[in-house]
Design a binder for this molecule. Structure first.
Ligand SMILES: *Cc1c(COP(=O)(O)O)cnc(C)c1O
Length: 463
């Protein structure tokens, strides 16, 4: 050991001296003696390690109390916490998909706090099951006879298959053998549900006669799966749900449809790509239709199945329903979200998903120009800060080829070093409310489509 390092070791303060320091009073008050001592022990170890490896004290060693406070803040930071989503993908699965409507937030808060009428019937009429109230609402909105709610649409598909076609064949077009992501692939779900997949047609073309010829005495269902995340173009042919329902009626075989996202309103009225609507499928005679709660519907994560009374009863009675049922918070948020659809004129104001998707490019552009001025002052030395046109994506459950014109503030390193982009993105990711953008084409892009709370955004970026 050199004299230098020996003198460094001697500069390490003793734990009990630190604890007597006035700066530690509030730490002891807030976190208690044992946790503070534990943190200090950890810091002492790190400091000794730093001396051994670098022959220097760590940077924080002139402020032990400050470092302990920082460690407590870091350790108590929640794993799931808010971020500012400027990726340009509105329904971002990794960022929790739909932002909930205020009405849904209020409803969830209330059922968390108080006992509720989840399966309790105030008029003594015998409610049956926890989905009853929502089923009535869903019937009103879709024209279906009954409904069933589970935890997500993947669960909905599994339950539909297991409860109505276990041990039987399910006919699906080869063009619709979808992989959604994770391990959710139609052929695998089929197997899990105890069904036998009967593929028909080809990747690009499937005809009515393919379905007819596939039917035999062991056929349980004809199934349509919405090709949410890809598109087959060129020489193609598919059999629409309405036509398949006709075939199903003729051959006396139920038709089910997994819509993925689906939408209860016609999105083309807002200039958005039209998504299949559950009410249209029901009107066309499809027996069961499933869709997600947190995609375009804009509610909580849930799987919704609407359809024929007798088949919904099969789902409600299946043991898997008990395993997949939604909890009171989900049901409360979903009910509040669905109620917004009773007043469709207000949807683009009250439902965040539609409000964000409906924002006009020129409005976003003006916002970007305005914010650029402020950000220039902070970042203008190192980066050229410019407003660029860009294209947002709807995200989970809409064609990736459908883009919405938008505007971004972009940051390009003046010295041309790409590593500056990475370190800027990293810095923003470690903010108290992380700001998440996208790096491509030599720039860091902040697509402002989803930026509603400007003051929090500026507070973070001007830190
Ligand atoms: C998204 C999707 C699912 C899965 O829905 P989750 O609610 O994410 O479980 C299933 N099928 C299709 C066609 C989808 O697009």
């Amino acid at each position: 050991m050199t004299t230098d390092t020996r003198s460094l070791y001697s500069q390490l303060p003793a734990t009990d001296r630190l604890l007597r320091d006035a700066a530690f009073a509030s730490l002891l008050e807030n976190h208690g003696h044992s946790q503070v001592v534990e943190q200090l022990r950890q810091l002492q170890d790190e400091a000794r390690l730093a001396i051994r490896n670098t022959s220097a004290l760590p940077g924080w060693s002139d402020d032990w109390a400050g470092e302990v406070a920082r460690r407590f803040t870091r350790d108590t930071q929640r794993a799931i916490r808010p971020v500012i989503n400027l990726t340009g993908t509105v329904l971002h699965t990794n960022l929790g998909r739909a932002q909930q409507a205020e009405a849904a937030i209020a409803a969830v808060t209330q059922v968390m706090r108080d006992p509720v009428t989840l399966e309790y019937d105030l008029d003594g009429a015998g409610r049956g099951h926890r989905d009853r109230a929502l089923a009535d609402l869903l019937c009103r909105l879709t024209g279906a006879e009954d409904a069933c709610i589970v935890n997500n649409n993947a669960a909905a598909v599994l339950l539909m298959l297991a409860a109505t076609a276990s041990g039987k064949e399910v006919v699906v077009s080869r063009g619709e053998l979808v992989e959604i992501g994770g391990a959710f692939r139609i052929p695998d779900v089929m197997r899990q549900a105890g069904c036998e997949l009967h593929e028909v047609g080809t990747t690009n073309r499937t005809h009515a006669k393919d379905y007819r010829q596939a039917v035999n005495e062991n056929t349980g269902l004809l199934m349509k799966v919405h090709t949410s995340n890809y598109s087959i173009e060129g020489f193609t042919k598919t059999v629409e749900e309405a036509e398949l329902a006709e075939i199903g009626r003729e051959l006396d075989i139920p038709v089910v449809a997994d819509l993925g996202s689906g939408s209860l309103v016609d999105l083309s009225q807002y200039g958005l790509p039209k998504e299949p609507m559950p009410q249209e499928m029901i009107a066309a005679g499809v027996s069961l239709v499933s869709f997600s709660g947190d995609k375009l519907l804009g509610g909580p994560q849930a799987g919704i199945i609407v359809g024929k009374k007798a088949m919904i009863a099969q789902l409600q009675q299946h043991p898997l329903k008990r395993a997949l049922r939604a909890d009171k918070m989900t049901l409360a948020a979903l009910e509040a979200t669905l109620r917004l659809y009773l007043h469709p004129e207000r949807l683009t104001a009250d439902l965040p998903t539609l409000r964000l998707l409906n924002r006009r490019a020129d409005e976003i552009h003006a916002q970007a120009e305005r914010l650029r001025e402020t950000l220039m002052q902070r970042y203008g030395d190192e980066f050229s800060v410019t407003v660029m046109e860009c294209a947002s994506q709807i995200g989970s459950g809409s064609l990736p080829v459908d883009r919405l014109p938008s505007a971004a503030i972009t940051f390009t390193p003046k010295d041309g070093r790409g590593s500056r982009l990475e370190s800027l993105a990293n810095r923003w990711r470690s903010l108290p409310v992380p700001v998440i953008g996208r790096i491509y084409d030599g720039r860091l892009w902040l697509d402002l489509r989803c930026l509603e709370d400007e003051s929090r955004f500026l507070e973070m970026l001007l830190k």
